[in-house]
Design a protein around this ligand. Sequence first.
Ligand code: ADP
Ligand code: MG
Length: 278
Amino acid sequence: MNSLFPSSNPATGTRGGWQELREAAVHRKGSVMLGKVLYIENLSVSFDGFKALNGLTLHVDPGELLCVIGPNGAGKTTMMDVITGKTRPDEGEAWFGGVIDLLALTEPEIVRAGIGRKFQKPTIFEFLSVFENLELAVAGDKSLWHTLVARLTSAQRDRIDEVLQIIALEDKRTVTAGELAHGQKQWLEIGMLLMQDPDLLLVDEPVAGMTPQETEHTGELLLSLAGKHSVVVVEHDMDFVRSIASRVTVLHEGRVISEGDMEKVQNDPQVIEVYLGE
Ligand code: ADP
Ligand code: MG
């Protein structure tokens, strides 16, 4: 985070880097996106002429848990790909924290800026223990070897303990990750993302393949993260979203067709139609 948010500006010696970034952004965009953790506007992405995103505009507030739902092919994963720098849009803008132009950053820079992404398939190290996986995540982009021989600071140990508690794997710290249940592997990966303390956490279909109990626990986990982090959950399963959502954005054919609380969107005729049409 620190490299992107300088605390003072060496060029002027007086004004804070934050303020300068902010002024530049306001100058460019007006004040519409200030105070938003994420602000995306009019994003379009084409694959061979087919528009996976087609004028997508949405925002995420600090500390909120936003659910993005929509039928298969609506563009949900593509949206995450754009936010994380994996896919570049043909058109549109994406701003992080009101000041950072995500479209100007590389994938690793976006991670360092404070955006963590949980993929559908967990990317944990199966042959290492739960604790060692979290230990690796502390190091960020350092090498495996360096991490395993380096000593953790006491602050880092405390953070690992804290995260083990959040993901309810305290009893499993010495267990080899490969032996965990499906749901526990997913939580471990969320834990690894939390080691970097991201401001924004993107989670793609977190409960796919989970048992009802695992699903319920995942809902509680995601809710517990909101407040401290902003969380965007992309989900196809309406029932799960109903159990956790505060604000819901519905995507269809690459754009937002409905937005509001669950009550509102599930009674929206357009939403009912696209879900029935699947
Ligand atoms: P969702 O996650 O909402 O199910 P996606 O974002 O994965 O939807 O996909 C949106 C549309 O874009 C789909 O029709 C999909 O087939 C298409 N698409 C996604 N990625 C690619 C790609 N790399 N090349 C071609 N088409 C793609
Ligand atoms: Mg998807």
